[in-house]
Design a binder for this molecule. Structure first.
Ligand code: NAD
Ligand code: UDP
Length: 393
């Protein structure tokens, strides 16, 4: 069924097979995008990353006896784009470049601000330049964090205008970008992403670069980040899904940073990948646009997320939930000096709806159920072994 040649775009035109240079293909989003492209499209992927653990099952040498139906359509290149002369050649060979490479875990923004700024701005520069100079299309991954804090967050706590969507809904072509002071190094990431967005936009305006910018709003699902001490550093701090999964797997309370009052909207990775595929295959509708991609219906506070994850995990693991599922921790203790937070993130969906007809489908409960089923199946045994092992003295 895969790779049928009769597929057509949103305007009814047949879709031609293309070659995609995907930078950061070995990460969370990249792995899901590679899976989708291999199983449902005829496109070829040049997958660039420093790691390939999350896409190894897709590669030709994965060791499956029968081979894959997509054999020969995905090629892994172990490349660090900071310093590799092969990058331009691979972009030139492709019809489209998708750049996912970034340092994008909040624990790094205030503790490794230089690496964060270099990764999100400086290292992305040659990618933009090679696309522009060679007349190649670019889909660049930015972030919802570009919006920073909501306007409403500056109103007094009980002010009625806080309930007015004008004061919190985030719109691509209207909302300002509101970051904290320089000493709050949390914003190094958002600021670097903002500048690369402006640069790409300017390349479009002045030099005709065909670009699409994606602003993901908390995409979550299987293979996101790592579980500390199992497939990542034991002292590492991943994003909230992996932090809370780790706590649940170990039977520990979930840590709420500064009370867990910040709000987020979570979208299932598989819904979000549908949106990216529409962008890839409908260039006439996607070029020149910046798209929010999220699920405005899945809003919770971090505290509510913790409570729901505890409940869902009890269901999928068959283990009894803790009586006290959470514990408060200060952001200084958890992330260190210079942390700050986005208060609320509701994406406006008008533009992506109009251009691509995309809507998210999966409820928060359902996406947590499938994700925590995966986490339990993948990690529960390894965690039990790690806990049972006496600590070497
Ligand atoms: P991820 O960390 O899982 O993936 C990023 C990948 O890029 C990693 O595999 C990493 O090894 C690779 N990479 C980093 N620097 C590289 C370099 N110099 N050379 C080669 N490869 C390099 O993160 P993700 O969640 O898949 O995010 C992908 C993109 O989407 C990032 O740009 C991120 O800022 C953006 N984003 C994601 C979310 C989300 O909800 N997951 C939210 C906002 C923004
Ligand atoms: N958070 C938390 N406990 C954790 C990890 C994260 O309370 O163990 C909070 C964090 O302070 C933020 C939210 O969860 O308010 C989402 O964090 P994440 O790292 O996923 O990234 P963000 O959405 O801030 O980019």
């Amino acid at each position: 069924a895969a790779a049928s040649s009769s597929r057509s775009d949103l305007d009814g035109k047949p879709i031609k097979a293309m070659t995609i240079c995907m930078i950061g293909a070995g990460g969370f989003i990249g792995s899901h995008l590679c899976e989708k492209l291999m199983s449902e499209t005829p496109h070829t992927v040049l997958a660039l990353d420093v790691y390939n653990d999350k896409i190894r099952h897709l590669l030709d040498d994965a060791g499956t006896a029968a081979g894959h139906p997509w054999a020969g359509r995905i090629h892994f290149h172990r490349i660090n784009i900071k310093h590799d002369s092969r990058l331009e050649g691979l972009i030139k060979m492709s019809d489209l470049t998708i750049n996912l490479a970034a340092i994008c875990t909040p624990a790094d923004y205030n503790t490794r601000p230089l690496d964060t700024i270099y990764s999100n701005f400086i290292d992305a520069l040659p990618v933009v330049k090679y696309c522009s100079e060679n007349g190649k299309r670019l889909i660049h991954f930015s972030t919802c964090e570009i919006y920073g804090k909501t306007i409403g967050s500056f109103l007094p706590k009980d002010h009625p205008l806080r309930q007015d969507p004008e004061f919190y809904v985030l719109k691509e072509d209207v909302s300002p970008c509101i970051f904290g002071p320089i000493e709050k190094q949390r914003w190094s990431y958002a600021c670097a992403k903002q500048l690369i967005e402006r640069l790409i936009y300017a390349e479009g305006a002045e030099n005709g670069l065909e670009f699409t910018i994606v602003r993901p709003f908390n995409w979550i699902g299987p293979r996101m980040d790592f579980i500390p001490g199992i497939d990542g550093p034991s002292e590492g701090v991943p994003r909230v899904l992996a932090c809370f999964s780790n706590n649940l797997l170990r039977g520990e309370p979930l840590k709420l940073v500064d009370g867990g009052q910040s709000q987020r909207t979570f979208v299932y990775i598989k819904d979000a990948i549908e949106a990216v595929l529409l962008m890839i295959e409908n260039p006439a509708r996607a070029n020149g646009h910046i798209f929010n991609v999220g699920n405005p219906n899945n809003e919770v506070t971090v505290k509510q997320l913790a409570e729901m994850m505890s409940e869902v995990y009890a269901k999928v693991s068959g283990e009894r939930a803790r009586e006290v599922p959470t514990v408060d921790v200060s952001s200084k203790e958890f992330y260190g000096e210079g942390y700050d937070d986005s208060d609320k993130r509701i994406p406006d969906m008008t533009i992506i709806n109009k251009q691509l007809g995309w809507n998210p489908k999966t409820s928060l409960w359902d996406l947590l159920e499938s994700t925590l089923t995966y986490q339990h199946r993948t990690y529960a045994e390894a965690i039990k072994k790690a806990i049972a092992k006496p600590i070497a003295s």
